[in-house]
Design a protein around this ligand. Structure first.
Ligand code: AP5
Ligand code: MG
Length: 191
């Protein structure tokens, strides 16, 4: 089984590269951001609870996100080829939860750390904000999301680096060039 964590700042291309990984390797895509946005759309009690947090660009609690993740993992078909974790883990507590969950299932994981310059992140997200309808794709919230990433989520990369399953990806290039870096690593790891 091939499990991949796509880690990177907002706008680094996690969702875009996840889609290509799905097409190329037949993996399933688990995006905690998409799951949370689905709750917002349903206007479920959970959706109402997290709406303001997401609009401010803060992290939703570990407890809420981990419950969503556990439900998803427990519902997976046994024949699934692997999971792309897009936007999870974002804190050390989430990383520890995922490690325990995967160890229990005797599964391994690699982390791909997508690095993109701040100016480029802001440019991409402002452009997407013209059509995305996402309440967090505006200048102030983008800046806050990047700050949260630099303060908290960046530590997740270090957590995996210390466990030898960390790979750096330069995401400043085109979508295709970035994906070819990813493909080289995934093909190597799969051998
Ligand atoms: P989430 O949905 O994960 O958003 P994010 O991390 O802010 O990242 P984005 O989805 O905006 O960017 P991306 O890296 O996926 O880039 P994309 O491929 O779309 O999280 C949203 C919120 O949910 C969080 O702020 C938090 O509140 C909450 N949340 C989620 N997970 C959580 C967790 N685990 N714990 C707690 N809270 C959580 O690309 C962006 C744009 O750039 C697109 O328009 C794309 O077409 C374009 N693009 C992509 N690649 C390139 C390229 N190489 N060149 C040019 N353009 C490109
Ligand atoms: Mg995304």
């Amino acid at each position: 089984m091939l499990n991949i964590i796509l880690c990177g700042a907002p706008g680094s291309g996690k969702g875009t590269q996840a889609q290509l990984l799905v097409e190329h390797y037949g993996l399933v895509h688990l995006s905690t951001g998409d799951m949370l946005r689905a709750e917002l759309k349903k206007k479920s009690p959970l959706g109402l609870q997290i709406e303001a947090i997401m609009a401010r660009g803060e992290l939703v609690s570990d407890e809420i996100v981990t419950t969503l993740l556990e439900n998803y993992i427990n519902g997976l078909e046994p024949e699934v080829k692997g999971v792309i974790f897009d936007g999870y883990p974002r804190t050390i507590a989430q990383a520890e939860t995922l490690t325990a969950m995967l160890e229990k299932k005797k599964m391994s994981v690699i982390l791909l750390d997508l690095y993109v310059e701040k100016e480029e992140l802001i440019k991409r997200l402002l452009l997407r904000g013209q059509t995305s309808g996402r309440t967090d794709d505006n200048y102030d919230t983008i800046k806050q999301r990047i700050e949260v990433y630099n303060k908290t989520t960046v530590l997740v990369g270090k957590y995996y680096a210390s466990r030898d399953n960390y790979f750096f990806i330069n995401g400043n290039f085109s979508i295709e060039q970035t994906f070819s870096q990813i493909r080289r690593i995934v093909d190597l790891v799969q051998k």
